[in-house]
Design a protein around this ligand. Structure first.
Ligand SMILES: Nc1ncnc2c1ncn2[C@@H]1O[C@H](COP(=O)(O)OP(=O)(O)OP(=O)(O)O)[C@@H](O)[C@H]1O
Ligand SMILES: [Mg+2]
Length: 157
């Protein structure tokens, strides 16, 4: 799927939010500045979390409480290198909606189901004066929970 602008990236996060419940995990992969936090911000706003969703680079994981649902736990795994380190954060996966940036290769063994978005900047892409440039996202579902991605199809097509 092509995501043209940061606003569209946030809107995609908001769409994902409508599907998320406690126990769900979303893995966002993509280079520095790909748009992972931008997506998470839209997701968090749609969930109605307390506190702005910003890059959690210096805290590894930030929990955003909600008044009417499971908290959003936003993890930046950039500086983690093993699944054991992620496990050490003691995140209550079952009771939270968890979004992990840079979780590639760390999730196997921690969970058997997650929704994965791989974000890339297409080679030769046009960048506007405002720094806006289309991103390409590949969505994949791991495990039974995400076996059916038909609900995403309106965006994918
Ligand atoms: N189509 C687009 N989608 C998302 N972000 C875009 C797009 N075009 C431009 N941008 C810009 O790219 C930047 C993305 O930053 P963001 O913090 O979301 O990336 P990130 O993947 O979380 O980076 P990091 O790896 O450092 O955590 C923002 O400044 C945003 O405005
Ligand atoms: Mg980020």
């Amino acid at each position: 799927m092509i995501v043209a602008t940061p606003e569209d990236m946030a809107a995609l996060g908001a769409l994902l939010a409508t599907r998320l419940q406690a126990g769900d995990l979303v893995a966002l992969n993509g280079e520095l500045g790909a748009g992972k936090t931008t997506l998470t911000r839209g997701l968090g706003e749609a969930l109605g979390v307390r506190g702005a969703v910003t890059s959690p680079t210096f805290v590894l994981a930030r929990t955003h409480p909600r008044t009417d649902g499971p908290p959003l736990v936003h993890v930046d795994a950039y500086r983690l290198s093993t699944a054991a380190e992620l496990d050490d954060l003691d995140i209550d996966f079952a009771a939270s909606v968890v979004v992990v940036e840079w979780g590639e290769g760390l999730l196997d063994g921690i969970t058997d189901a997650w929704l994965q978005l791989d974000i890339v900047r297409p080679v030769g892409g046009v960048v506007t004066d405002d720094g806006i440039e289309a991103r390409e996202i590949e969505v994949s579902g791991h495990g039974d929970r995400w076996a059916d991605l038909a609900w995403l199809r309106p965006l994918v097509e």
